[in-house]
Design a protein around this ligand. Sequence first.
Ligand code: NI
Length: 180
Amino acid sequence: MSANIVGIGTRKVTLLGNPVLRKVLRKLKPDEIRSEEIRRLVQEMAVTMDEYDGVGVAGNQVGEDLSVFVMGLPKGTKRHPDGIELTVVFNPVIKPIGDEFEEDWEGCLSVPDLRGKVRRHSKLELTGHGLDGKPFKRTYEGFPARVVQHETDHLNGLVYLDRMDGLKTLSYMSEIGRRG
Ligand code: NI
């Protein structure tokens, strides 16, 4: 899909320790969202996500101080058989729905090889702006809701390690024997 777009390259993913991962990222105005530069950036983010086998990529993970994330997962994978539709959200804001939480493994392209258990809201409403610069609003539940929370955290300078209840579940992926 996105990987076939001519001239769109993979970005190098920033790693924990890079200050950009600790920044609260700059929000974009609708006019800026519709610009050619931003269109190209989100294409590169989608290609990078594919290349690194990720489920989501945030602006600061490709070194940009911009409040945007891309998420997506093909159907039929072990991680989440239903898949996640390729989605781009600018200036995302989360509103939890209900008071249910789920704990599950998370990993991050900026923290390679590790996984840790994180408690997240089970259901939420996500608002922001879409690729066309218009308001975006959708509800998510379960695994996609987890991804939305993980990516939105990035845009506020947080990584999943900050959300763990202690580090006792922090594990090398190779030891857990699963790819989640
Ligand atoms: Ni991440």
